[in-house]
Each structure stands twice: as structure tokens, then as C-alpha cells.
Design a protein. Sequence first.
Length: 162
Amino acid sequence: MGTAVIALLAVVVVVAVIAWALFWIHDARRDRDVHLRTYRYTEEDLARFGQEAIRQSHAVVSGKVQEHMAPLFPEFMTEFNPREARFIGTPIDYVVFDGIDRGECEVVFVEVKTGRSQLSMRERRVRRAVEAGRVRWVEMRLPEELTVLTTDVLPALPEGPF
């Protein structure tokens, strides 16, 4: 009878260990599910997102630098005289007064793109306005009082070459 009791105790211990393991696994899965609902991203996800953010930031900064340097590129120079281009930046990159140094002038709006970048909504709106002819000239004259006011308030500029 002593062996039967020992065998029974062994079975009870094995069943208890299995029950405990199943409970632990179930509890771990529940904790994981709660964690995933609370924190949707894993550490690997966050590391990947960080690398993607760095890559994207690099692309944006590189694109901005290239936008500023566009008049120095052969693609720009074959189309326009860089001296006739004025950088605006937003919503379009350049206004080119094409031919103004030759005594004629065509106003050209230029948007510089690099890589796979595409026109933004605002850039598309400007393009549609230009294509539809919704462009005009306005000469704005400020009141004479402003000229007098600014000359009275601002200190006189020093004499001599600058």
C-alpha cells in the first residue's frame, strides 16, 4: 500500500505541475494580450519606426537642400538662367522671370522634386490656378504717411560705401 500512495502522490504532483503550467501559460497569454492592447507596438517595431523616421528625415532634408541648389544643376541651367530665378520655397519653389535679361519676360513657376516625392495639395492648387489662367498683376502703393513715419522713426543710415 505504501507504493500505491507514493504513486498516487506522484500523479497528484504531476497533475498539479501540469495545471500550474497551463495556468501560467494562460496567464502569460492574457498578460501579452493586455500588453498588446495597451502598447500596440513591440520593441522591434519601435526600433524599425525609428530607423524609418531617420531615413525619411534624411530624405526631406536632402530634398530641401537640393531645392535650394536647383539653379546650379544642369537640368535647371539648360532650361533657365539661374540669375532670373527667385527662390520662394512654399507653396512653390521658384518663380523664374525667363528672358528678362534679354528684354522679354515669361513668368514661370517651378516646383523642384527629388526621388519619389509628389506635388502636395497646395502645389497642385497653384498648378491648377496657373493652368487656368487665374494669375494677375497687382501694383500696390503704400500710403505716403508710412514713408514719412518710417523715416522719422528709423535712425539715419551711416554715410559711406557699404
